[in-house]
Design a protein around this ligand. Structure first.
Ligand SMILES: Cc1cc2nc3c(=O)[nH]c(=O)nc-3n(C[C@H](O)[C@H](O)[C@H](O)COP(=O)(O)OP(=O)(O)OC[C@H]3O[C@@H](n4cnc5c(N)ncnc54)[C@H](O)[C@@H]3O)c2cc1C
Length: 307
């Protein structure tokens, strides 16, 4: 119920304007977001790298409705690649196709993604295309598959809550496309997605095994202890070396787990979002764990009392 409410709120543009201006929600957002500017993200990624993790930079933004905004987002990504190279950061980038104009025109989106992939290729870097709501799944996979032959430095995300994902895993494995596997963060109807968490978790485990056996450098992106243990066990049993896959987690979530995996010798990448368009991202993080809201309100009250 709370999950659905936060996901509903994530689409309310009017509320976005109000919430983004409030100090309380801004403090909440900066638990999960590096800061408003590329400089903030670079500082966080330098720290993340110093501690031993790699990173994926996400310049926040989605569902842009003007070409100008899509082109500006592309420029931001090109600038991010320059900084990653100049500062020798161990980081790639994650992009959303609706940020590159998918809602405006598929041709525009293809042109902008191609530009980003070209620059990434010149700099020997990698671009991960995030997966959004199910209305975009087919178009996202079609575009990534169409560009992958020319740009093998591209990969995509699959969501185990969708019924279709087992087939997509097989298709992308056959094409040699790198996959990040997640459970899925959007509000999907029972016609396309498993409503029960237990079913999503079961599918995640099966798809993760397929990716570990037949995929190209898969990313196991979850904070779920049980699934992480299952991945480690499966890789050990099948003698899959720990440099053939990586774990991925979100900035600000389960630092203990991120540390532990690193100590155990696994590769871990932290997804680091930055920028002012944090409202829908924050709402999805609250939907995953509504207790986050309570946690932050309590710590802010404590800070006020101590001040
Ligand atoms: C690197 C990365 C990239 C992602 N990219 C995408 C994408 O492109 N498209 C997409 O749809 N989704 C994406 N997601 C989000 C994903 O779909 C899930 O919504 C999210 O990861 C929560 O699911 P979980 O696997 O951690 O498992 P859950 O069962 O939801 O959580 C397991 C445990 O993790 C911790 N946890 C989970 N979420 C939170 C939170 N918000 N705050 C605090 N603790 C939490 C809790 O301890 C919880 O018990 C991404 C996730 C990661 C880690």
């Amino acid at each position: 119920m709370l999950r659905a409410s936060f996901l509903y709120l994530s689409h309310r543009r009017g509320l976005q304007r109000f919430v983004t201006r409030q100090r309380l929600t801004a403090s909440l957002a900066y638990r999960f977001v590096a800061g408003d500017h590329l400089d903030d993200a670079v500082r966080v990624v330098s720290d993340v790298n110093r501690r031993g993790w790699s990173a994926s930079l996400d310049h926040l933004g989605e569902n842009v409705s003007e070409e100008k905004a899509a082109r500006a987002a592309t420029d931001d990504y090109l600038a991010a690649f320059e900084r990653i190279a100049a500062e020798r950061l161990n980081a790639n980038v994650s992009v959303k196709l609706t940020q590159l104009g998918l809602d405006i025109s598929p041709d525009l989106c293809r042109e902008l993604l191609t530009g980003i992939l070209q620059r990434a290729q010149q700099l020997d870097n990698f671009v991960r295309v995030d997966m959004e709501g199910s209305a975009y799944t087919q178009r996202t996979l079609d575009l990534v598959l169409a560009l992958h032959e020319r740009f093998p430095n591209s990969g995509v995300v699959l969501q185990s809550y969708l019924y279709r994902t087992a087939d997509d895993v097989a298709r992308l494995n056959a094409a040699g496309v790198r996959v990040r596997l997640v459970k899925g963060a959007y509000d999907e109807p029972p016609e396309v997605a498993f409503p029960k968490k237990a079913d999503v978790d079961g599918k995640y485990e099966a798809e993760m095994q397929e990716l570990l056996l037949h995929g190209v450098y898969p990313a196991i992106a979850t904070h779920d202890d049980r699934l992480i243990e299952a991945a480690k066990r499966f890789a050990r049993e099948r003698e899959i070396p720990s440099d053939r896959f990586e774990f991925q987690m979100l900035y600000g979530i389960r630092r203990d787990l991120q540390d532990r995996l690193l100590r155990e010798g696994y590769r871990v990448r932290i997804y680091v979002p930055y920028g002012t368009e944090w409202y829908p991202y924050l709402m999805r993080r609250l939907a995953e764990r509504p207790a986050n809201l309570l946690f932050i309100v309590r710590s802010l009250i404590r800070e006020r009392r101590a001040a």
